[in-house]
Design a protein around this ligand. Structure first.
Ligand SMILES: [Fe+2]
Length: 175
Protein backbone atom coordinates (compact mmCIF):
# COMPACT_ATOMS: atom_id res chain seq x y z
CA UNK A 1 0.00 0.00 0.00
CA UNK A 2 1.62 3.27 -1.11
CA UNK A 3 1.59 6.59 0.68
CA UNK A 4 -1.49 8.67 -0.22
CA UNK A 5 -0.66 12.35 -0.78
CA UNK A 6 -2.94 15.40 -0.56
CA UNK A 7 -2.48 15.86 -4.31
CA UNK A 8 -3.63 12.24 -4.91
CA UNK A 9 -6.70 12.89 -2.77
CA UNK A 10 -7.43 16.23 -4.43
CA UNK A 11 -7.20 14.90 -7.99
CA UNK A 12 -9.69 12.06 -7.37
CA UNK A 13 -12.99 12.69 -9.22
CA UNK A 14 -14.99 12.19 -6.00
CA UNK A 15 -12.99 14.94 -4.26
CA UNK A 16 -13.38 17.19 -7.28
CA UNK A 17 -17.14 16.67 -7.32
CA UNK A 18 -17.67 17.53 -3.68
CA UNK A 19 -15.03 20.23 -3.22
CA UNK A 20 -16.44 22.13 -6.15
CA UNK A 21 -19.64 22.48 -4.09
CA UNK A 22 -18.10 23.52 -0.81
CA UNK A 23 -15.17 25.49 -2.26
CA UNK A 24 -11.65 24.48 -3.28
CA UNK A 25 -10.29 27.79 -1.94
CA UNK A 26 -11.64 27.10 1.55
CA UNK A 27 -10.42 23.47 1.50
CA UNK A 28 -6.86 24.47 0.55
CA UNK A 29 -6.73 27.38 3.01
CA UNK A 30 -7.95 25.20 5.91
CA UNK A 31 -5.37 22.56 4.93
CA UNK A 32 -2.57 25.16 5.08
CA UNK A 33 -3.75 26.47 8.44
CA UNK A 34 -4.10 22.93 9.83
CA UNK A 35 -0.54 22.16 8.70
CA UNK A 36 0.78 25.21 10.56
CA UNK A 37 -1.22 24.47 13.74
CA UNK A 38 -0.22 20.79 13.75
CA UNK A 39 3.46 21.72 13.39
CA UNK A 40 3.25 24.34 16.16
CA UNK A 41 1.47 21.92 18.51
CA UNK A 42 3.51 18.85 17.57
CA UNK A 43 0.45 17.00 16.41
CA UNK A 44 0.39 14.73 13.35
CA UNK A 45 0.40 17.06 10.30
CA UNK A 46 -0.48 14.24 7.91
CA UNK A 47 -3.76 13.42 9.66
CA UNK A 48 -4.51 17.11 10.27
CA UNK A 49 -4.02 18.12 6.63
CA UNK A 50 -5.95 15.19 5.16
CA UNK A 51 -8.88 15.83 7.50
CA UNK A 52 -8.72 19.56 6.73
CA UNK A 53 -8.74 19.05 2.97
CA UNK A 54 -11.83 16.83 3.14
CA UNK A 55 -13.63 18.39 6.13
CA UNK A 56 -16.43 19.97 4.07
CA UNK A 57 -16.91 17.27 1.43
CA UNK A 58 -20.27 16.37 3.01
CA UNK A 59 -21.93 19.63 2.02
CA UNK A 60 -25.13 19.60 0.11
CA UNK A 61 -25.72 22.61 -2.16
CA UNK A 62 -27.92 24.92 -0.15
CA UNK A 63 -28.41 27.32 -2.96
CA UNK A 64 -31.39 29.52 -3.64
CA UNK A 65 -31.28 31.82 -6.65
CA UNK A 66 -27.56 31.25 -7.07
CA UNK A 67 -26.69 32.18 -3.49
CA UNK A 68 -25.84 30.00 -0.53
CA UNK A 69 -29.01 29.86 1.59
CA UNK A 70 -27.68 30.02 5.10
CA UNK A 71 -31.06 29.57 6.80
CA UNK A 72 -31.90 26.42 4.86
CA UNK A 73 -28.43 25.15 5.59
CA UNK A 74 -28.73 25.69 9.36
CA UNK A 75 -32.05 23.86 9.42
CA UNK A 76 -31.09 20.75 7.47
CA UNK A 77 -27.33 20.45 7.55
CA UNK A 78 -25.55 17.20 8.48
CA UNK A 79 -22.39 17.86 6.42
CA UNK A 80 -19.98 16.63 9.07
CA UNK A 81 -21.68 13.22 9.16
CA UNK A 82 -21.81 12.90 5.39
CA UNK A 83 -18.29 14.27 5.03
CA UNK A 84 -16.84 11.77 7.50
CA UNK A 85 -18.48 8.91 5.63
CA UNK A 86 -17.50 10.14 2.17
CA UNK A 87 -13.93 10.88 3.21
CA UNK A 88 -13.54 7.45 4.80
CA UNK A 89 -14.85 5.68 1.71
CA UNK A 90 -12.61 7.74 -0.57
CA UNK A 91 -9.49 7.23 1.53
CA UNK A 92 -9.99 3.47 1.71
CA UNK A 93 -10.52 3.42 -2.06
CA UNK A 94 -7.22 5.30 -2.50
CA UNK A 95 -5.44 2.68 -0.38
CA UNK A 96 -5.10 4.75 2.80
CA UNK A 97 -4.05 2.98 5.99
CA UNK A 98 -7.26 2.02 7.84
CA UNK A 99 -6.18 3.38 11.21
CA UNK A 100 -5.39 6.75 9.63
CA UNK A 101 -8.63 6.71 7.60
CA UNK A 102 -10.63 6.25 10.81
CA UNK A 103 -8.85 9.08 12.66
CA UNK A 104 -9.34 11.42 9.71
CA UNK A 105 -13.03 10.51 9.42
CA UNK A 106 -13.65 11.16 13.12
CA UNK A 107 -11.83 14.51 12.97
CA UNK A 108 -14.19 15.46 10.13
CA UNK A 109 -17.23 14.23 12.07
CA UNK A 110 -16.31 16.44 15.04
CA UNK A 111 -14.97 19.52 13.21
CA UNK A 112 -18.24 21.26 14.00
CA UNK A 113 -21.11 20.56 16.37
CA UNK A 114 -23.59 22.96 14.78
CA UNK A 115 -25.64 19.97 13.59
CA UNK A 116 -25.82 18.37 17.05
CA UNK A 117 -28.18 19.17 19.97
CA UNK A 118 -25.15 19.32 22.30
CA UNK A 119 -21.60 20.67 22.27
CA UNK A 120 -18.52 18.50 21.74
CA UNK A 121 -16.19 21.37 22.70
CA UNK A 122 -14.88 19.66 25.83
CA UNK A 123 -14.29 16.34 24.14
CA UNK A 124 -12.19 17.09 21.06
CA UNK A 125 -8.71 15.59 20.94
CA UNK A 126 -5.86 18.00 20.06
CA UNK A 127 -6.00 16.77 16.44
CA UNK A 128 -9.77 17.27 16.20
CA UNK A 129 -9.38 20.70 17.77
CA UNK A 130 -6.97 21.72 15.00
CA UNK A 131 -9.56 21.01 12.27
CA UNK A 132 -12.19 22.94 14.20
CA UNK A 133 -9.90 25.95 14.68
CA UNK A 134 -8.47 25.94 11.15
CA UNK A 135 -12.02 25.94 9.77
CA UNK A 136 -13.04 28.82 12.07
CA UNK A 137 -10.01 30.88 11.07
CA UNK A 138 -10.93 30.70 7.36
CA UNK A 139 -14.66 31.24 7.91
CA UNK A 140 -16.38 34.33 6.49
CA UNK A 141 -19.83 35.65 7.49
CA UNK A 142 -22.84 34.00 5.83
CA UNK A 143 -20.79 31.17 4.38
CA UNK A 144 -18.77 33.57 2.19
CA UNK A 145 -15.73 31.27 2.36
CA UNK A 146 -17.61 28.70 0.26
CA UNK A 147 -17.79 31.10 -2.70
CA UNK A 148 -14.12 32.01 -3.06
CA UNK A 149 -12.53 30.49 -6.15
CA UNK A 150 -9.18 28.83 -6.70
CA UNK A 151 -7.97 27.35 -9.97
CA UNK A 152 -7.15 23.64 -10.03
CA UNK A 153 -3.48 24.28 -10.91
CA UNK A 154 -3.00 26.67 -8.01
CA UNK A 155 -4.68 24.22 -5.61
CA UNK A 156 -2.38 21.39 -6.77
CA UNK A 157 0.73 23.58 -6.40
CA UNK A 158 -0.23 24.65 -2.88
CA UNK A 159 -1.14 21.11 -1.81
CA UNK A 160 2.16 19.78 -3.21
CA UNK A 161 4.00 22.26 -0.95
CA UNK A 162 2.06 20.96 2.07
CA UNK A 163 2.75 17.35 0.98
CA UNK A 164 6.48 18.14 1.10
CA UNK A 165 6.21 19.66 4.59
CA UNK A 166 4.25 16.65 5.84
CA UNK A 167 6.75 14.25 4.27
CA UNK A 168 9.62 16.09 6.00
CA UNK A 169 7.78 15.89 9.35
CA UNK A 170 7.03 12.20 8.81
CA UNK A 171 10.69 11.50 7.99
CA UNK A 172 11.82 13.34 11.12
CA UNK A 173 9.43 11.46 13.40
CA UNK A 174 10.57 8.15 11.87
CA UNK A 175 14.22 8.74 12.96
FE1 LIG B 1 -15.38 24.47 6.56
Amino acid sequence: MGYVTLVDIFKHPITQKYLRRSGVHHAVKVTEIACRLATEREENPELATKAALLHDMGHFEWYREGKWDYEEYRKHDIHAIKGAERAHKLLIRLGENRVKAKEIAIAILLHTDSYLPFSVKEFRTPLQQIIYEADEIDELPKGGHHYLKMEREEAIERLAIIDKKVQTANNKSAI
